[in-house]
Design a protein around this ligand. Structure first.
Ligand SMILES: [Zn+2]
Length: 476
């Protein structure tokens, strides 16, 4: 097969190049100015389109099994594909059982079955529950199957609890020894838990319903900074966690969904080698937007003060933020609108809008150059999570994971057309420059925008569930 006449986004380049792409057995075998089709060879005409490497969404909650009223792999992966994502990495904490041991990972894989339409990796989890019993053994058994380990310094989940600082240090040591990043949800519990009690009491004693200001003030910027400072402290070389002098663990530390620009600067200054990600919600909104969006915008951490977003764009452009992720975590209306800011579900469907927002609000508005867009949308995540031999760029030898964008089109975000089980999105009604008209995973078209209609957006999914395969570190 040849994808002809497209404007190709090559790694490191800040200009598109008009190249043909030959794909054989799902891999890119040639990238040249003019390839002659062989007899019977299929061609796709990409004239007028921009050809990107498929985006990687390295932070999704597809909730299967256990919370499939919120999301499952079929719907989550369809939403991802529609937005140009060809690889997702699923979090260990929002399924039942959570993925905290190899036996539980196998239960999850069996329950998921063959339903993903895009390739996927899994993260293992380090829950406070397991820490005394079997932390090192569980992590060692999980390592061959997972692309990293996730833990929380604060957790709202009974089934996956937070670790304390000592647990964090142990988990980081163990992850480094196993050659996997440790991903940290970084909000300081000793601030947030106490502040939540105080903010709840304030509205109760005032006889008022709690407001979004109460929620945001219970999880302020300082709580992100404090948690990241702690993590860096235990990762620094020479730290004597548990009595042993340790190596520099900072290169194994990754902070998920950073929403505070000062936190990125702290990490860049003292966390050399550590990495972080941000999400479109932090790049687009500020706390002032709760007034109009309400619970549709609720995430943890919450979006922060105005001014952060523009600084986060700069940090994403210059690489202090390694990449973007969606933190896709939808929930049905009954859970999103529970009647209280404290109990409304925190999470949004984001996988399908991740790349379109980076493209429209980043690249097209001049906040990200082309090479920065490529790093932020796929290149850096592929490198961070051991996928770089097959994923993350348009190059000979890589998987033919492609997102074809019509730069002249626009797309208005509609929650009921996301293909996710979740339809409540803070991006509802935003009109984005460009549209993903075709998504290909290992040479197979997964999303074909020409087949989709307003009534049946899911008709654009043209591959059978199960085309997506599990990815392991190093493409093993
Ligand atoms: Zn998350």
């Amino acid at each position: 097969m040849i994808i002809q006449h497209g404007a190709c986004a090559l790694p490191g380049a800040d200009e598109f190049r008009r190249l043909d792409i030959r794909v054989v057995d799902g891999r890119i075998v040639a990238l040249e100015p003019a390839l002659e089709p062989e007899a019977g060879e299929e061609t796709i005409d990409a004239a007028g389109l921009q050809v990107f490497p498929g985006a990687i969404d390295p932070h999704v909650h597809f909730d299967e099994p256990g919370f499939t009223q919120r999301e499952d792999f079929l719907h989550g992966s369809m939403a991802a594909a529609r937005g140009g994502v060809t690889t997702v990495i699923d979090m260990p904490c929002t399924s039942l059982p959570p993925v905290t041991s190899l036996a539980k990972l196998r239960i999850k894989l069996a329950a998921m079955g063959q339903r993903s339409v895009v390739d996927f990796g899994l993260f293992g989890g380090v829950s406070g529950h397991r820490i005394e019993e079997a932390l090192e053994r569980d992590m060692a058994e999980l390592a061959p199957e997972v692309l990293g380990f996730k833990c929380y310094l604060i957790s709202g989940m009974d089934s996956f609890t937070a670790v304390d600082h000592f647990g964090l240090a142990r988990a980081l040591n163990t992850a480094a020894r196993l050659g996997r990043p440790l991903l940290l949800h970084a909000e300081d519990p000793s601030y947030v838990n106490a502040a939540t009690v105080a903010c709840k009491a304030r509205s109760v004693s005032g006889g008022q319903t709690a407001t979004w200001d109460d929620y945001v003030e219970s999880r302020p910027m300082g709580a992100e900074l404090a948690a990241i400072a702690a993590a860096i402290s235990y990762a620094r070389p020479g730290s004597r966690n548990g009595g042993q002098v340790q190596a520099d663990l900072r290169p194994w530390l990754h902070i998920v969904h950073v929403g505070t620009a000062d936190a990125v600067e702290l990490l860049a200054g003292f966390g050399q080698g550590a990495s972080c990600e941000t999400c479109p919600q932090y790049l687009v909104f500020s706390r002032d937007d709760f007034v109009t969006l309400g619970s549709a915008l609720k995430t943890a951490p919450p979006v922060k003060e105005a001014g952060n977003a523009e600084r986060l764009w700069q940090q994403l452009a210059d690489g202090r933020i390694a990449f973007a992720a969606s933190d896709h975590a939808p929930a049905p209306a009954a859970e999103k609108n529970s009647g209280s800011v404290w109990t409304d579900y925190g999470g949004i469907p984001g996988s399908g809008t991740l790349f379109p927002l980076l493209y429209s609000e980043g690249f097209r508005r001049g906040r990200l150059g082309l090479s920065a867009l490529l790093r932020a949308s796929c290149g850096a995540a592929a490198a961070r999570y051991g996928l770089v031999s097959a994923k993350g760029s348009l190059a000979v030898g890589k998987d033919a994971d492609l997102a074809l964008v019509d730069p002249a089109a626009t797309r208005t975000v509609r929650g009921d057309a996301l293909l996710s089980k979740g339809t409540i999105t803070p991006f509802e009604g935003m009109t984005l420059a460009g549209d993903v008209v075709l998504t290909m995973v290992r040479g197979r078209t997964v999303w074909d925008g020409q087949r989709a209609t307003d009534e049946r957006p899911d008709a654009g999914i043209v591959v059978a569930p199960g085309w997506g395969k599990q990815l392991r570190w190093g493409n093993l």
